[in-house]
Design a protein around this ligand. Structure first.
Ligand code: GLC
Length: 476
C-alpha cells in the first residue's frame, strides 16, 4: 500500500484494531461460550435457548420412504419431494424454489401463512396432477428459535433474521400453518417441525458417520448437535433414560446478548440499535450474511461524514446512505477482485452506488471487506470449538451450509485457521492432511434432512417411543 496517504493508513490501522480478534480473545470467547451452552440446558436457562428438538437418533443410512419438505428460510421458500431409496445413504429429490417476498417478512401473519400454503399447493398440483393422494408426511423447516415441547409443535420465541411479523411470537406456529393448508385441502400431515441446523446435522450424518455438529452460516448463524438427556436438566421432568440422545438446536445467534465477551465495535452497536429486535442475536449480528454488508456500509458512511479523512470527498453518497443496500455478496465481490488496481471494485462502486473511489480508497475498501469477513469466520469458529470442547470431540466432522459458508471467499480457510488457534493444533505437515475437526459442506438439511427426521420419528413411534409426540394420528 505504498501510495496510500498517511491519514488513510491511520484509518485502516484503526479499523484493524476494531475488527481483529486475536487468538487470546478467541479462546476467552470459546470458554465463555462453553459455560453459556451449559447454562442454556439448565432449568434456569441462559441467553442461548438450547432448544431440545425431539429428534432422538442419528440416521443409519437405511431410512426409506417418500416425504415432502418445506423450508421457510430467510431468503427463499423451497418445497421438495424426497425419496429415501433402498440403497444405503441414497436419495432422489425434486424441488421448487420460490422467492420469499421482502414485504412478507414485515407484513402480517395471515399473508405469510397463505403464501406458504400457496407454494406448497402449487408444488403438489404440479407434481401430482389429478392424483388422489393419501396424506403425505411433511417435514417443515422453520429456521427461527422455537421452543418445542413436541416435535410437531413449536412456539416461536422471537423472530430473527430481520423478520418482524406480529401475532406469531409466543405462539405455536404449527396450527397456523395447518389452518392455511386445510383451507386449501393440500393432502399433507405435519410429521416434524425442524430447524435448518438439525436438518443439516442429520442430512450430513446420513452420508458421513463422522458428522457431529450441523451449522448454518447464511442469512442467520446457528448450530445443532446431540446431547444425552442426562445432560439436559431442563428435561429431567420427562424422566427419559439419561443416555437418550436428543438433538439440540442451540440458537447460538443469541450468544453474549449481555455483551460480556464479544469485541463489539461502534458499528455493531448501531446495527443492533436499528434492528427490529435490539438486544437480541448479538453473536449473529457480527457474523451472519444479513449484517456483513451493512457493517461495511456503516463504516464507509462514517469515514465519509465524520473522521478526519472524508473518503469519497465531494461525491454524492446518497445511495450508500440507504440501510441494508449492500448484501454480503457485494463484500464477496470486493474480496474476489483479482486485479492489482482493484478495477472490479471500482466498477462495483460505480455501478451500484454511483461512487468513484480513488486508488487509496479502493485499498481501504478491500482491507475493510477482509477485516469484516475474517472477523465473521473467526468468531464462528468459537461456537464450533465450544461445542467440540463441551462434548470432548477431539476429532469429528462438522456439516455447514448457508450462503456465507458456501460463497464468501476464504470463509472456510479463515474458520479453520481460527479453530487451529483455539484448539492449539500443531501446524499441518502437508496441505492434504485433514484437520482433527473439519468443517465441511453439508448435505441438504432442509430437504433431505427434514425427510430423514420425519422418517426417524415415524420409526421411533412405530417402535413405541412416543416422547415428544403431540398428535400420534399424524405418525401413521
Ligand atoms: C437464525 C435463526 C435460527 C437459524 C439460523 C440460520 O439464527 O434464529 O433458527 O437456524 O438463523 O438460518
Amino acid at each position: 500500500m505504498v501510495d496510500v496517504p498517511k491519514d488513510l493508513i491511520d484509518e485502516i490501522k484503526k479499523l484493524e484494531e476494531h475488527f481483529t480478534v486475536d487468538t487470546a480473545k478467541l479462546k476467552e470467547i470459546t470458554e465463555h461460550f462453553i459455560n453459556e451452552l451449559t447454562k442454556g440446558l439448565s432449568v434456569e436457562g441462559g441467553s442461548i435457548p438450547m432448544n431440545p428438538t425431539w429428534c432422538m437418533a442419528m440416521p443409519t443410512g437405511e431410512e426409506q420412504g417418500t416425504f415432502l419438505a418445506l423450508d421457510m428460510g430467510g431468503t427463499n421458500l423451497r418445497v421438495c419431494e424426497i425419496i429415501l431409496t433402498d440403497q444405503k445413504s441414497e436419495f432422489d429429490i425434486i424441488q421448487s424454489k420460490y422467492r420469499m417476498p421482502e414485504e412478507l417478512k414485515t407484513g402480517d401473519a395471515d399473508e405469510l401463512w397463505e403464501y406458504v400454503a400457496d407454494c406448497l399447493q402449487q408444488f403438489v398440483e404440479a407434481h401430482h396432477p389429478g392424483e388422489n393422494l393419501d396424506k403425505m408426511h411433511l417435514g417443515f423447516t422453520f429456521s427461527y428459535p422455537a421452543t418445542q415441547d413436541y416435535i410437531d409443535h413449536g412456539v416461536l420465541q422471537r423472530w430473527t433474521k430481520g423478520f418482524d411479523i406480529s401475532g406469531v411470537e409466543g405462539e405455536n406456529v404449527v396450527p397456523m400453518f395447518e389452518a392455511a393448508i386445510a383451507r386449501r385441502g393440500v393432502p399433507i400431515k405435519l410429521t416434524a417441525l425442524i430447524n435448518d441446523t438439525t436438518g443439516t446435522l442429520i442430512a450430513s450424518a446420513y452420508t458421513d458417520t463422522k458428522m457431529k455438529i450441523g451449522c448454518i452460516f447464511g442469512t442467520g448463524c446457528n448450530a445443532a448437535y446431540f446431547e444425552n438427556t442426562g445432560s439436559i436438566p431442563k428435561l429431567a421432568h420427562m424422566k427419559l433414560p439419561p443416555d437418550t440422545p436428543m438433538a439440540i438446536n442451540c440458537e447460538w445467534g443469541a450468544f453474549d446478548n449481555e455483551h460480556k465477551v464479544l469485541p463489539r465495535t461502534p458499528y455493531d452497536i448501531i446495527i443492533d440499535k436499528d434492528s427490529p429486535r435490539p438486544g437480541q442475536q448479538a453473536f449473529e449480528k457480527m457474523i451472519a450474511g444479513l449484517y456483513l454488508g451493512e457493517l461495511f456500509r456503516l463504516v464507509l458512511v462514517n469515514l465519509h461524514d465524520n473522521e478526519g479523512v472524508h473518503i469519497f470527498e465531494g461525491q454524492n453518497i446518497d445511495k450508500l446512505r440507504k440501510a441494508y443496500t449492500l448484501d454480503s455478496s457485494f463484500l464477496s465481490l470486493v474480496e474476489e477482485d483479482p486485479f492489482e488496481n482493484l478495477s472490479e471494485t471500482a466498477d462495483l462502486f460505480q455501478n451500484k452506488l454511483s461512487i468513484s473511489p480513488n486508488r487509496s480508497e479502493l485499498e481501504l475498501i478491500r482491507r475493510l471487506a477482509e477485516l469484516i469477513g475474517t472477523r465473521a469466520a473467526r468468531l464462528s469458529a468459537c461456537g464450533v470449538a465450544a461445542i467440540a470442547k463441551k462434548k470432548g470431540y477431539e476429532s469429528c466432522h462438522v456439516g455447514a451450509d448457508g450462503s456465507v459458508f458456501n460463497k464468501y471467499p476464504h470463509f472456510k480457510q479463515r474458520g479453520a485457521q481460527a479453530l487451529r488457534e483455539i484448539l492449539d493444533w500443531p501446524e499441518k505437515k502437508n496441505q492434504k492432511e485433514e484437520d482433527p475437526i473439519e468443517i465441511l459442506a453439508a448435505e441438504d438439511g432442509s430437504g433431505v434432512g427434514a425427510a430423514l427426521i420425519a422418517a426417524l420419528t415415524l420409526q421411533r413411534v412405530k417402535d413405541g417411543n412416543m416422547a415428544g409426540i403431540l398428535h400420534p394420528e399424524n405418525f401413521k
